[in-house]
Write a protein that binds this ligand. Structure first.
Ligand SMILES: [Zn+2]
Ligand SMILES: [Zn+2]
Length: 346
């Protein structure tokens, strides 16, 4: 089988590997869709970031947004059988610590933790060896590309929506309209909220409109004033930063309505702001939110199927595994929606 390694400095290597066999508790997944994520660009594609070997990319097969079909099952596995369509929650935690017991394997700090595409082989390959406890059933209503998007980006977006308690009473500001931001737009709009999307890139503003944003605003100078104007001078009840930029994070606070809720989802960078006028005097609640738990991911899959929502509507570019280099170059251009590797007959 073929698999993709990301050695850094924008290199993409396609190599031959033996097709693995599942050990007890594992299944072999034939890959159908494998997403590219902003964190692959940020922490792997350009340079391998992070000093902790438990967190840093270990030159394994890349890709942490896998979805596919079970083709072999190891001993002791129940609940999954050959032919099942599955989504892989992208971190296998130790299973015993407080965060793992909550289903938040992302927060596991034990040495037994490994993330697909970071410390263990991931989804940019024809087959993926997965721990059965990291699998979720992909509902029939959803495509494999939907599944790949849920495995990280939409899961992250959904957790942000839950943290802010978004409802149809809210106006929701979404800053940064990459894949996670578009996920927030779609999920917030489908909850009945009025969504205002902000980005610097015109193509991404268009994508946000298609995903359900009622208004879009070009980021930069004057963006906060425009949001205030759009909301009758009140500001937005909810602000979600998906940009990871200082300006985006600050904009969420500046444009927040008094007693509003702000969630920081975007990774990296920093921010400085004056807490008194922007946080305290506005009585704001500020959340940090990192990915989601496997239970929340299961809830999201059910929600999408019931609502007839398709995350794959935010996909703008698809590639075959042999064109993964081009996939990364395209995604790195910063003007796309979601970029996904697809296998035939998906
Ligand atoms: Zn990701
Ligand atoms: Zn753990």
């Amino acid at each position: 089988m073929q698999g993709v390694i990301l050695p850094g400095k924008e290199r993409v290597e396609i190599k031959e590997f033996d097709r693995p066999d599942p050990d007890p508790g594992q299944v072999l997944v034939q890959m159908k869709a494998s997403g590219l994520c902003g964190s692959d660009l940020r922490a792997i594609y350009h340079e391998h970031r992070g000093s902790d070997p438990n967190e840093r990319y270990q030159n394994v097969i890349a890709g942490h947004e896998p979805s596919g079909r079970v083709v072999a099952v190891g001993s002791g596995v129940s609940g999954f059988a050959e032919g099942d369509r599955v989504v892989v929650y992208h971190i296998a935690g130790c299973g015993h610590c407080e965060e793992c017991r909550k289903g938040f394997m992302i927060g596991c700090h034990s040495l037994g933790r490994s993330a697909y595409g970071w410390q263990r082989d991931g989804g940019h390959a024809d087959y993926l060896l997965a721990e059965a406890r990291t699998l979720l059933h992909l509902p029939d209503e959803l495509t494999y590309a939907d599944g790949a998007l849920v495995a990280c980006g939409f899961g992250t977006a959904y957790q942000g929506i839950l943290r802010a308690g978004v409802s149809g009473r809210d106006r929701v500001l979404v800053v940064g309209l990459g894949p996670v931001g578009l996920g927030v737009v779609m999920l917030a709009a489908s909850s009945g909220a009025e969504v205002v999307g902000v980005d610097l890139v015109p193509e991404r503003l268009e994508l946000a409109k298609n995903a359900g944003a009622a208004h879009v605003v070009r980021g930069g100078e004057g963006a906060a004033e425009q949001v205030m104007e759009l909301t009758g001078g009140h500001g937005t009840e909810v602000g979600m930063d998906c940009s990871g930029s200082a300006a985006g994070r600050k904009l969420c606070l500046e444009a927040a309505r008094t007693w509003g809720r702000v969630v920081y989802l975007g990774e990296g960078g920093s921010v400085t702001f004056e807490p008194s006028p922007l946080l305290l005097h506005k009585q704001l609640t500020l959340h940090g939110s990192w990915v989601c738990g496997i239970n929340e991911m299961g809830d999201l899959l059910e929600h999408l199927a019931r609502k007839g929502l398709h995350p794959d509507a935010t996909v703008t570019h698809t590639f075959s595994l042999s064109d993964t280099k081009e996939a990364y170059e395209t995604f790195d251009g910063g003007r796309t929606g979601k970029v996904v590797i697809l296998w035939e007959d998906t």
